[in-house]
Design a protein around this ligand. Structure first.
Ligand SMILES: [Zn+2]
Ligand SMILES: [Zn+2]
Length: 316
């Protein structure tokens, strides 16, 4: 299971309808947070992600992406958390995050580690990596790509049976690419195992201008979540503040040939209606949606014939 939940989709400050930045990704029972703006913990309650977070990845140290950390840690402490928590951020993040952890005086009953990730650094786990890459926001800022490892090819049980391979350990050896001998005949893995299958990929830019680094890392991603603070009429402001327009985000999505684009970090000027951003982006890249708080997306394996589910509207 790979589920993305938008906890906050507003730029700079919350509005009545949108909280500031926060994104939860749940993968096979593990919960990762990306950015943690003020009020993120309440959004986590509201949208039911739970607090069993193992890692929080910060794209940069602007207030609208980090001010939720202190309160979230206090709540975790009150809930009796003992599991360690890992915090990750770009160069320069360590002292700022350490201050946020220490703020409020009470000692935390669980360990917190803080690590800075240079661009291209990766946090490797059993079945996936989180890779940091350099974005363009006028400060130390990174985006993150969650990239699952390549999976073994599909095992054709019927074919194996036809070839006389008995169910059991030989199946496993074939699946791992070894040849086996059955009744004097050598059977090679490629007779019963399909080609390796790619894992899923989700890319979150954080705040950024459109940049080639996003195109590179997001190539064929299942989901690209891109800064789209402004519409085209505010192109100049997007440029001077280190943000992207919806149209620019769509251009990146088109060049990277992603499956789907979600626009986030929406300026308060679109508080009443953000669909103008969707319309502008869709002229460039059709499979675009404006994210809203509480939006949940489940990302399926493409080879399983399960397209990513359509956007699910979750009422606040
Ligand atoms: Zn921001
Ligand atoms: Zn920012």
């Amino acid at each position: 299971m790979l589920r993305v939940t938008f906890l906050g989709t507003a730029a700079a400050r919350p509005t009545v309808g949108r909280n500031v930045s926060g994104l939860a990704i749940e993968r096979d029972g593990e919960l990762l947070l990306f950015d943690c703006g003020e009020g993120t913990q309440r959004q986590m309650m509201r949208y039911g992600t739970g607090f069993n977070v193992s890692d929080i990845f910060f794209t940069h140290m602007h207030a609208d992406h980090i001010l939720g950390l202190t309160g979230l840690l206090r709540t975790m402490a009150l809930q009796g958390r003992v599991d360690p928590l890992r915090l990750w951020g770009p160069s320069g993040a360590e002292p700022i995050l350490a201050d946020a952890v220490a703020l409020g005086m009470e000692r935390l009953p669980f360990g917190v580690t803080i690590r800075e990730l240079r661009p291209d650094a990766r946090v490797s786990r059993d079945a996936y990596d989180v890779v940091a890459y350099r974005t363009q926001h006028g400060t130390n800022a990174v985006g993150f790509a969650l990239i699952e490892h390549i999976r073994l090819g599909r095992f054709d049980i019927e074919r194996a049976q036809t070839l006389g391979v008995p169910p059991g350990p030989l199946y496993g050896r074939l699946h791992r690419g070894e040849s086996v001998v059955v009744g004097g005949r050598t059977i090679s893995a490629d007779e019963v195992v399909g080609p390796p299958r790619p894992g899923r990929k989700v890319v979150y830019t954080g705040d950024t201008r459109p940049c080639a680094a996003t195109v590179n890392i997001a190539k064929h991603a299942d989901l690209l979540i891109h800064d789209a603070t402004f519409g085209t009429e505010e192109s100049e402001r997007a440029r001077t503040t280190g943000h992207a327009t919806a149209r620019e985000a769509a251009e990146i999505a088109r060049r990277a040939r992603v499956e789907r684009l979600l626009l986030t970090h929406i300026s308060a000027r679109y508080a009443d209606d953000a669909r103008v951003l969707e319309r502008e982006a869709r002229r460039i890249f059709a499979n675009t949606f404006v994210a809203h708080d509480g939006l949940e997306l489940e990302i399926g394996f493409r080879d399983a014939g399960t397209e990513a589910h359509p956007a699910v509207k979750v009422e606040p």
